[in-house]
Design a protein around this ligand. Structure first.
Ligand code: AMP
Length: 425
């Protein structure tokens, strides 16, 4: 058999078949649920000015330092977006949405690009769905966003998501800068015990010490001062209010002082969703508040908050949970023998689709048995069987494909109503 030498590039992949369907559903669930919370769809380009990401995510972050795909095709460089928040805030400012004076809520989905080492649950082109709410400092908004993520996982058929919560304070002198100084002092006596990567981070971005996976560094980090215990009064009050509101909305969480997140734009609340199905890459989503970002990108000081959920990791968690709880196999498969029956079947399926059923048929002239095999392979819940004789009599055979399901000959005109009784649409 000839084989093409072309393969998807390392760290990228195709989605097709059942997984392709699930991918679509993951997005469909988001569209459905996020709209109920007042989020409107935002689409931004997949490439932007590199400076946008350097300014927002932060120059001393792994993403900006080593993971961005930046090209200079002509005289200007472009970067494939590594995340969605920077582009959303850029769009918010570019289109004057900051002038509306109210809260602006977006949701988005799409591919993101980071040059990371590929492994299970970690790709170079991956996909996120996310929300951004710009224009309010209210801790109730943080809580709404956090609980929306939890609701989403339940809604999409991924129960059992965990929630870690922390606050990393604000840029006020007595808040994060003071905490950073405290960390420097605490680290100094043990500096030689940290790994070379951590040692290089100490001066550039000391909070990132908490991200290190080296067991020795994790042990050392465990004994360092905790950010949420060294907040300024305003951030401390905000954090308490967020925790209380998340609890009131029914969300269970743990406060995790090692959660700092890898993007510089976060202020105050940071959070991460986890799932046991994922092993070492157990973060299935995360987010936080970014009260300085709009100003950093040239707007007036405007608070905001959001999250991004990783679609690949949702798919892995779904698979482990036994497939998408709401996965919907093909409902109706048309088996037709002969030209006029095939044409009649095409018309019949159009009526089923218009009535909201998923319906399909074989568009080759395969034998009756081969068509039935195909119906089974497609997971069809019900088959409509039509030959020349049935067509002449104005009848069709409706076969319930469930184990032990029977079959019944009905008038063509009654077919839709008959199947409706059989399958809840
Ligand atoms: P982040 O923007 O890093 O906070 O990521 C938010 C979520 O996106 C993570 O919790 C993951 O679920 C997902 N994610 C981030 N990076 C990758 C990647 N390289 N491959 C697959 N999913 C990712």
């Amino acid at each position: 058999m000839p084989q093409s030498r072309f393969r998807a590039i390392e760290g990228t992949r195709d989605y097709y078949g059942k997984e392709g369907d699930r991918f679509d559903r993951v997005i469909g669930f988001a569209a459905d649920l996020f709209r109920k919370y007042g989020y409107a769809r935002l689409r931004t380009p997949i490439f932007e000015n590199p400076e946008l990401f350097a300014r927002s995510i932060g120059r001393a972050t792994d993403i900006v330092e080593k993971e961005m795909y930046t090209f200079t095709p002509g005289s200007d460089s472009v970067t494939l977006r590594p995340e969605g928040t920077a582009g959303a805030v850029r769009a918010y400012l570019q289109h004057g949405m900051d002038k509306t004076g109210g809260l602006v809520k977006f949701w988005y989905e799409g591919p993101m690009f980071r040059r990371e080492r590929p492994q299970k649950g970690r790709q170079r082109q991956f996909h996120q769905i996310g929300v951004e709410a710009i224009g309010s400092p209210d801790p109730l908004l943080d809580a709404e966003i956090i609980s929306l993520g939890l609701r989403y996982y339940e809604y999409a058929g991924v129960p059992g998501a965990g929630l870690r919560l922390n606050s990393i304070g604000c840029p006020r002198e007595e808040c994060r800068p003071a905490y950073r100084r405290l960390l420097h002092e605490a680290v100094r006596p043990d500096i030689e015990k940290f790994c070379p990567n951590c040692r290089s981070r100490i001066d550039r971005n000391i909070l990132r010490l908490f991200d290190c996976k080296v067991p020795g560094c994790r042990e050392l980090a465990r004994n360092l001062p905790k950010s949420h215990e060294h907040l300024c009064p305003e951030c401390s009050g905000h954090f308490d209010a967020v925790c209380e509101a998340v609890r009131a909305l029914g969300g269970a969480f743990t406060i995790d002082s090692s959660l700092v997140r890898g993007l510089d734009y976060y202020t105050k609340t940071v959070f991460e969703y986890t799932h046991d199905a994922l092993g070492s890459q157990n973060a299935i989503g995360g987010g936080g508040r970014y009260d300085g970002l709009v100003e950093e990108l040239g707007g007036n000081p405007t608070p905001g908050a959001g999250f991004a959920l990783g679609i690949e990791r949702i798919l892995i968690a779904m698979e482990t949970a036994g497939g998408c709880a709401c996965a919907c196999p093909l409902q109706v498969f048309g088996v037709a023998m002969g030209g006029s029956a095939r044409r009649a079947m095409a018309g019949m399926l159009a009526r089923f689709r218009a009535a909201g059923f998923s319906a399909d048929m074989d568009y080759g002239e395969r034998s009756f048995k081969a068509q039935l095999r195909l119906a089974n392979r497609r997971g069809a819940m019900c088959c409509l069987i039509l030959g020349g004789n049935e067509l002449e009599r104005g009848e069709i055979l409706v076969k319930n494909m469930a184990d032990g399901g029977g079959q019944e000959t009905v008038a063509l005109a009654d077919c839709l109503g008959n199947v409706r009784k059989l399958l809840p649409c």
